[in-house]
Design a protein around this ligand. Structure first.
Ligand SMILES: Cc1ncc(C[n+]2csc(CCOP(=O)(O)OP(=O)(O)O)c2C)c(N)n1
Length: 514
């Protein structure tokens, strides 16, 4: 047995049995060890953004981390944008990053870099394994941090620690400590606020957005008149008809300020205080009114469902909140393919228990609102604003939930960052329908330009904000990676392609020309 074998055994003993990978020479002993472990499912991503985006989608649905395998500093560097999104989603993940043998580092060979410094901004835990004897302890520490924070752990594995021999031995699973519970004084204060008849909102994220926790939150809201809200973006929401809905704080700054303007108190459960996505001249960063009382009842690593239950008990909130009766959404049948018509058609056609991955950008502004009445589903969003997560996210979610239909809703510009994930979908035969909103533009940035008063774009601005000349052909790109694809020019086309894609298994891509 060598250090790499012990690393695999330690991951497997802790139920980490999927590894999204893009390996190199310094990781060859780890690759060889993974090859000796058929229980570990290894999935190749053709760029590191695919690897970490997929690990994010996987963990959001599996509620446990995947491992990633990344090649030294440059491999980790390529992965950073989607690690940033995973960090913002509070996703558990264990990155295994290979490094040169300890005695080789001082030679400053071409791939040598300061891996710790690259890892630190996105990781809640960073550790290094320099000797085989450190493998088990460091891997358990990485797993424990990923689960408890929850967040990203980055484990740097020196090549000589991977190949160094170790006496054989079995790894025992470490039991996690219980999550921190809310403070009794804070619960009493929250109950006081909620009884005070002030205009109060409860803002939720993380585990508080699962259906069972939302039910309890709904009882609290029903008993007290509080508004239930969720953060502007959230890793996963169990959503749809029959479920309690927590409205999202809007993204556009003026809408967000107006949305929150009348609040006198806010209770945060896992969520952060709402702030502007960007700074704008003359506009505030804090979005709540200055006089609004803010109580942080529970942080993201606390036991959020327990916090809600305790608060409901304190208030004696037993009656279930009424949910609007399910009325099937009307599906537009024909006409022009516009953002509005396609949003309605999609919301009406989402199958029950689907997983929806949203990177629609400007094509999705109304979509989230419509999904309140869609069939029950999970909604996974772009959490950190770093575009290029959608296709990998759907890929990882499909690995975690092979029996559920995954629907990837994808803006074209964002999709181009990590379109290689389509190849992984084809190779792993994943049941994902990707809809590309092909507007041939960075439309959101055109809007931001107009918002700063520039209405006539010159050549430079136009060339930076459009994706034409040449137009991207998504059907060809998908087919080139083994994913069947078709183009929709009308709503009839779209509806029939979407229905056909739902009936079959395996990846399919629809390019919607809007
Ligand atoms: C990693 C990263 N790079 C660049 C940006 C800046 N950015 C924000 S939106 C956007 C373009 C989005 O275009 P598209 O995905 O086609 O959606 P649309 O705006 O057309 O709806 C860019 C480049 C970003 N958010 N993240």
């Amino acid at each position: 047995m060598n250090g790499a074998d012990r690393l695999c055994d330690t991951l497997l003993a802790h139920d980490v049995d999927v590894c999204f990978a893009n390996p190199g020479t310094s990781e060859m002993h780890f690759v060889a060890a993974l090859d000796r472990k058929p229980q570990m499912r290894c999935i190749l991503g053709l760029s590191e953004g695919v690897v970490t985006g997929a690990a994010d989608g996987y963990a959001r649905m599996a509620d446990k981390p995947a491992a990633t395998l990344l090649h030294l500093g440059p491999g980790l560097g390529n992965a950073l944008a989607n690690l940033h999104n995973a960090k913002r989603a509070h996703t558990p993940m264990i990155n295994v990053v290979g490094d040169h043998a300890t005695y080789h580092l001082h030679l400053d060979a071409p791939l040598t870099s300061d891996i710790e410094s690259i890892a630190r901004p996105m990781s809640k835990w960073v550790g290094r394994i320099n000797r085989p004897g450190q493998v088990e302890g460091q891997t358990v520490a990485a797993w424990q941090a990923a689960m408890m924070q929850p967040g990203i752990s980055t484990l740097i594995l020196a090549a000589d620690a991977a190949w160094g021999e170790l006496p054989a031995g079995e790894v025992k699973k470490t039991i996690l400590p219980p999550r921190r519970q809310a403070d009794a004084g804070d619960i009493r204060r929250a109950a006081e606020i909620l009884r005070s008849k002030r205009r109060t909102a409860i803002i939720l994220t993380g585990r508080a957005l699962r259906a069972d926790a939302l039910d309890v939150a709904g009882r609290i809201a029903h008993a007290t008149g509080a508004r239930l809200l969720s953060q502007g973006s959230n890793g996963r929401i169990e959503r749809g008809a029959g479920r309690i809905s927590a409205r999202r704080v809007p993204y556009p700054i003026d809408q967000a300020i107006e949305f929150l303007a009348d609040l006198e108190a806010v209770i945060l459960i896992g969520a952060g205080e709402p702030v502007g996505f960007f700074a704008y001249p003359g506009k505030p960063g804090h979005l709540l009114p200055q006089s609004c009382e803010i109580l942080e009842l529970a942080g993201i690593s606390d036991d959020l469902p327990h916090t809600l239950q305790w608060l409901a008990d304190e208030l004696g909130a037993k009656a279930a909140a009424p949910v609007p009766p399910h009325k099937a959404l009307e599906r537009p049948a024909s006409g022009k393919l516009t953002i509005e018509s396609i949003n309605l058609a999609l919301a009406a056609a989402i199958p029950e228990n689907a997983i929806v991955c949203d990177e629609m950008v400007t094509s999705g502004r109304q979509f989230f609102g419509l999904t309140e009445q869609a069939a029950p589903h999970d909604f996974l969003a772009l959490t950190g604003g770093a575009i290029g997560i959608g296709i990998p996210l759907a890929t990882g979610a499909a690995i975690a939930c092979p029996d559920r239909k995954v629907i990837g809703l994808q803006a074209d510009g964002s999709g181009m960052y990590t379109l290689q994930a389509l190849w992984t979908q084809a190779r792993e035969k994943l049941d994902v329908v990707t809809v590309v909103f092909a507007n041939a533009a960075y439309a959101i940035l055109q809007g931001e330009m107009r918002a700063v008063g520039v209405n006539n774009f010159g050549t430079n601005a136009r060339r930076m904000l459009t994706l034409d000349e040449p137009v991207l052909d998504w059907t060809l790109m998908a087919r080139g990676m083994g994913v069947e694809a078709a183009r929709a020019e009308t709503l009839e086309d779209f509806n029939s392609l979407f229905d056909a894609a739902l009936r079959r298994r395996g990846p399919f891509l629809i390019e919607a020309r809007i």
